[in-house]
Ligand binder design. Structure first.
Ligand code: PMP
Length: 364
């Protein structure tokens, strides 16, 4: 049968906003000291790894997972100290939850508002779910510009506001009173994204009952489970029961459910690792401060943003020396000459600092 239709191409078929997007780029890191993605650098203790091996060996991977993930949800609620009346929704990473929230509110013309610079997926997901994205600039020291944010909220009437607390890639915790004013002023949902909660000293989980439009999102990716892909959204049952309709029934697989449930029984081990990372963060910040020409920003997360002349060449020089960090130069204008390094093990941090000093000396 001869075909009469003309050639089907992506350019003809796909939405223009999808064609205009660039895929989220994840560079290969084989053999490198990997300090680019805010992972926990520590492996689990051997006894726990053996326990997981046994669990996985017996897992019924021929069956679909528990669609409601009852055991895992109970384990998460327990370690999160959720208040009565609050519930959680699970995501295949918190990225998936951002997408689910955007899908839920994306009426024609609906706005997703965040601050800039912040987590790039807010803008990207707004774009591919057909929402209009509005980014309010942070101040020069990366604090919230409260008045500008309140003005933008009044003007744009966003259906959804995302605030990363602490913020990525800047690492700072915003002023909590300012965040509360934003929640109060917002006509729609405000999602406080606590991806880095384990390294920070504050949380909005206890404030959930105070606001009818507040949801708190967290991920276990930075707490040693990035490979499992598991995030959650906490809030009132009124919101979550609606959002559940958009969650694909088996979005968290058998193995992530089993392994995360078991790991959360050892939450103390993971939190102890986070405490070690916080200590290392202080050392890394002090070491960066000692390098002339480097301006490092204080961080409440497991990474540090720093500014240095010739950032892209320094990034490349580090890569040649086997250290992969994140180059933010050339992206957002507020991040010109900025690089971001994840806090690694003491040995990794030392190698990073030595390599950085070496590259800077060579470029001088
Ligand atoms: N929110 C913020 C602020 C992040 O930095 C990240 C990861 N970089 C995420 C959400 C997504 O994390 P995940 O999908 O691994 O849960």
């Amino acid at each position: 049968m001869s075909s009469v239709r003309s050639l089907v191409t992506p350019e003809k078929l796909l939405r223009p906003e999808v064609l205009a997007l660039h895929a989220y780029h994840v560079p290969p890191a084989g053999g490198m000291i990997k300090l680019d993605a805010m992972e926990n650098p520590y492996l689990l203790p051997q006894t726990l790894r053996d326990e997981i091996a046994r669990l996985v060996a017996d897992a019924e991977i021929n069956r679909y997972p528990d669609a409601a993930a009852r055991e895992l949800k109970a384990a998460i609620c327990k370690v999160t100290n959720l208040l009565p009346g609050m519930d959680i929704l699970l995501g295949n990473g918190s990225d998936e939850i951002i997408q689910l929230l955007a899908l839920a509110v994306a009426k024609p013309g609906a706005v997703l508002l965040s601050v800039e610079p912040s987590f790039v997926m807010y803008r990207m997901i707004a774009t591919f779910t057909g929402m209009r994205y509005v980014g309010v600039p942070l101040t020069e020291d990366f604090s919230l510009d409260l008045q500008a944010t309140l003005d933008a909220i009044k003007r744009e009437q966003p259906a959804l506001v995302f605030l990363a607390y602490p913020n990525n890639p800047t690492g700072n915790l915003f002023d909590a009173a300012a965040v509360r004013q934003i929640i109060q002023a917002a006509p729609g949902l405000v999602v406080v994204d606590e991806a880095y909660y384990a390294f920070a000293s504050d949380s909005f989980i206890p404030h959930l009952p105070d606001y009818d439009n507040l949801l708190v999102m967290r991920t276990f990716s930075k707490l040693g489970m990035a490979g499992l892909r598991l995030g959650f959204l906490a809030g009132s049952a009124a919101w979550l029961s609606q959002l559940e309709k958009l969650r694909l029934p088996y979005n968290v697989g058998v193995l992530p459910q089993l392994v995360a449930t078991r790991l959360l029984e050892h939450h103390d081990v993971l939190l102890a690792q986070a405490e070690d990372i916080k200590l290392e963060r202080a050392g890394l910040l002090a070491a960066l401060d000692e390098i002339s020409g480097v301006r490092a920003y204080p961080s409440a997360a497991n990474f540090i943003l720093f500014r240095v002349a010739k950032a892209t060449r320094i990034f490349e020089g580090l890569k040649q020396r086997g250290v992969l960090i994140k180059n933010l130069d050339g992206g957002h204008t507020a991040l010109t000459d900025c690089l971001r390094v994840t806090v690694g093990t003491p040995a990794e941090n030392q190698k990073f600092i030595a390599a950085l000093q070496d590259v800077i000396n060579q470029l001088a």
